[in-house]
Design a protein around this ligand. Structure first.
Ligand code: UDX
Ligand code: UDX
Length: 457
């Protein structure tokens, strides 16, 4: 189990970087190299300012970097000198051609397979880390075996389940590690080699194995189920607002049934992140391409409900503020798609900011980690103010909308904030994290999600 292994990861992103840092830290006898086509990203991984913000990541990287963890731009050299190749390049939703807006864009994936084929001089185990449509491994095998160079390639699926902001904990103590492979002699051998890496720190009973197609599909289905819970509770939040029920009370009562469970039942402004939307659309596309229209429609509703929730939030703001936002200053607290990350991919805040700008509001954006990304996301919109300090960001505004569940927003001096805002002052709590009664007593008109609003008129 402690044999030295040379491990490569292609793709130094949110998945590849932290995962390889954890492997390097737990397997000191392994040499782990991470490569990427983007030299700036690699330079950042080699600097004191890592390209992604993730609690605990800096320590992990500084412990291993230069010892048995290396970041490099030399992809060819990496492929030549390593036996196990993890692939975690991005697989965004296609923006062109057949399957546009739904299917996964596999161009980077295929390019990477061809690079592996071109530079390999010895047998490799190729590990799919990226989330992919079912049967992608088959395409990979076909590419890798397309020339008669007598090099053996085994393709294994080992999907990543880490959640951003909690990635280090998820990697250190995963609910499960899933390894799928072909069930012939070579496939089973490759599966065991990958399992041996994780056995350094993950209890044996948490490492589960399966056929390769089940493994690929399990990742898509896990994300679909998680997102489905959020859309379900968000749908109920709309009903709560009409019936004076309180969604927090409902989700607590529902979640205490241990068959349902309490997690992922927080209603909010909608889910974001690079995975949920992309993976569900991918699943929907797969179902449709197999002629399963009803199954496709069922899962597509999860995404449609999420879009509805974002627009519903905007309409609540508009309705509460006398049906006009033109010229009004509105402060967004939080731009990241969730707390403890600077990542803004698919963040509901992007949609809300754009809709507010369309309504001709002047948008102030505040976030402790995501302002750099926010500027890129909204580069085409003039007159957006980016202000890190939440107090200064709210100065002179008519309304605050809480869009990310950052802890700091819970502990602010709301009296001070209220005094410096235009009146009547509104708070739209898109994450239900504030003390609504307190804010109301101070003078705010408060609109939570899935609860009756607290207003002074
Ligand atoms: C990505 C996918 O989004 C996700 O679906 C998948 O499950 C894992 O990989 P993430 O790590 O968050 O997740 O993506 P990102 O941060 O964009 O990292 C991908 C990296 O791959 C980028 O640094 C990119 O430069 C690199 N890349 C891309 C390559 O090295 N080669 C390529 O051909 C394309
Ligand atoms: C998700 C999966 O959790 C992870 O297993 C997979 O590997 C990648 O995709 P991530 O996107 O990083 O991880 O974050 P997650 O914690 O799942 O949150 C996704 C979105 O759902 C966020 O916008 C979050 O705010 C929202 N959310 C989450 C809710 O609105 N309500 C909840 O109860 C939980």
């Amino acid at each position: 189990m402690k044999a030295r292994k040379n491990i490569l990861c292609i793709g130094a992103g949110y998945v590849g970087g932290p995962t390889m840092a954890m492997i390097a830290s737990k397997c000191p006898e392994c040499r782990v190299t991470v490569v990427d086509i983007d030299p700036e990203r690699i330079a950042a991984w080699n600097s004191n300012e890592l390209p992604i913000y993730e609690p605990g990541l800096d320590d992990l990287v500084s412990k291993c970097r230069g010892r048995n963890l290396f970041f490099s731009s030399d992809i060819a050299d990496g492929i030549r000198n390593n036996d196990i190749i993890f692939v975690s390049v991005n697989t965004p939703t296609k923006t062109f051609g057949l399957g546009r807006g739904m299917a996964a864009d596999l161009q980077y994936w295929e390019k990477t397979a061809r690079q592996i084929l071109a530079f390999s001089e010895s047998p490799k185990i190729v590990v799919e880390k990226s989330t992919l449509p079912v049967k992608t491994a088959l395409a990979m095998e076909r590419i890798l075996n397309s020339t008669k160079n007598n090099i053996r390639f085994d393709v294994v699926s080992n999907p990543e389940f880490l959640a951003e902001g909690n990635a280090i904990h998820d990697l250190e103590s995963p609910d499960r590690v899933l390894i799928g492979s072909r069930e012939d002699e070579n496939g089973l051998k490759a599966r065991q080699i990958i399992a041996d890496i994780y056995l350094h720190w993950v209890p044996k009973e948490r490492i589960i194995t399966s056929g390769i197609w089940s493994s690929e599909l399990s990742k898509l289905v896990s994300n679909a189920f998680l997102a489905q819970r959020i859309s379900s509770i968000n749908a109920i939040s709309a009903l709560c607002e009409k019936t004076e029920a309180d969604v927090v009370e409902v989700s607590r009562a529902v979640g205490m049934d241990h068959r349902i469970g309490a997690k992922f039942l927080n209603a909010g402004v909608g889910f974001g992140g690079s995975c949920f939307r992309k993976d569900i659309l991918n699943l929907v596309y797969l179902c449709r391409s197999q002629g399963l229209e009803e199954v496709a429609d069922y899962w597509e509703m999860v995404v449609k409900m999420n879009d509805y929730q974002k627009e519903r939030f905007l309409q609540t703001m508009l309705g509460a503020m006398f049906n006009t936002l033109a010229g009004k200053h509105i402060c967004l607290w939080g731009f990241a798609f969730k707390a403890d990350t600077g990542d803004t991919r698919e963040s509901p805040a992007i949609y809300i900011a754009r809709r507010l700008a369309e309504e001709k509001a002047v948008v102030h954006i505040s976030d402790p980690q995501a302002l750099k990304n926010a500027r890129k996301d909204l580069a085409d919109i003039d007159d957006i103010r980016y202000i890190e300090d939440p107090y200064r960001a709210a100065d002179g505004c008519e309304a605050i909308a809480v869009l990310t569940d950052w802890d700091i927003y819970r502990r602010l001096d709301f009296k001070k904030i209220f005094n410096r805002m235009e009146k009547p002052a509104f708070i739209f709590d898109g994450r239900n994290i504030l003390d609504h009664k307190l804010c109301f007593q101070i003078g705010f008109n408060v609109y939570p999600i899935g609860k009756p609003p607290l207003t002074h008129f």
